[in-house]
Design a protein around this ligand. Structure first.
Ligand code: F6R
Length: 262
């Protein structure tokens, strides 16, 4: 696991956007797994800036979103489909046909989820999966207790997550309790993973995911099993990490190993 500690949220977004744009330059038909939520907003803003400055071309990119609320169709303003349209898809040149997302009102949940997994496989798998993390350690909407080998499926949100999500809804508006989400097993099949976190609220989840035991009780800890995961956290989210100074040293000296090549 590579752990990168940045000063603040803005720096987290800059570093994350750089990793994504480097990936895009190396592979113009990059398959991206995408997250919604506050953390990803600043990263998407930077991708849009890069597109507008003619520094990035998304015309061959394919995307798969992590999750969607059950009961909300694409045209519902609180759906994750609407979030993605508003904050990324309408503002860069990803062809509509290349955008894949879970439906909030599928005809058959199991079939729809199996079909989503098949579409990921047909695309050749996800090259780079972007993740945020919940206060309780969830990744995607795999809440604590989710099997580490879970696949795309329906999930019930915890009360804590529903309360956190309430900020995107008007007062009195019902906040969905049920979602569809890629599974932890699905996420772990991505070739590389980039998890982002900022703020004190995420510090416990970040510490347990990076330095705690691998356990279904902290879904983010499953990333320890993945060979190419990068975690970018700001100082606040990183504050409980015991090996903070080590992570910093590794990052600052990351190019030095090339000195030893013959
Ligand atoms: C959203 C998702 C969630 C969020 C997490 C953090 O698609 O999969 O895991 O990434 O809840 O949300 P924010 O960034 O709003 O704190």
């Amino acid at each position: 696991m590579d752990v990168i500690i940045m000063a603040d949220y803005d720096e987290v977004c800059r570093e994350a956007a750089k990793i994504i744009l480097d990936g895009l330059r190396a592979k113009p038909d990059l398959v991206l797994g995408l997250a919604t939520g506050s953390t990803s907003l600043g990263v998407y803003a930077r991708l849009i800036d890069a597109y507008q400055a003619h520094e990035a071309d998304f015309s061959r990119v394919r995307t798969f979103n992590l999750d969607e609320y059950l009961g909300l169709t694409e045209d519902h303003t609180r759906s994750y489909a609407a979030f993605m349209d508003q904050n990324l898809f309408r503002r860069v040149n990803i062809p509509r046909a290349n955008i894949h997302r879970l439906q909030g009102k599928p005809r058959d949940i199991e079939r729809h989820c199996a079909d989503y997994e098949a579409r990921i496989r047909e695309a050749g798998g996800i090259d780079l999966q972007i993740l945020g993390i919940g206060r309780n350690g969830h990744i995607g909407f795999n809440e604590p207790g989710s099997s580490l080998s879970s696949r795309t499926r329906a999930m019930t949100l915890t009360r804590e997550t529903v309360d956190d999500n309430a900020r995107f809804f008007n007062t009195g508006e019902p906040v969905p309790r049920f979602v569809l989400t890629m599974g932890i097993g699905t996420i772990l099949e991505a070739r590389s993973i980039l998890l982002l976190a900022y703020g004190v609220k995420k510090s416990d989840a970040i510490q347990r995911s990076i330095e705690g035991p691998v356990t279904a009780s902290v879904p983010g800890s499953a990333l320890q099993l993945h060979p190419r995961t990068t975690i970018v956290a700001d100082e606040d989210a990183a504050r409980l990490l015991s090996r903070k100074e080590y992570y910093r040293w590794v990052y600052q000296n990351k190019d030095r190993m090339s000195e030893f090549l013959t």
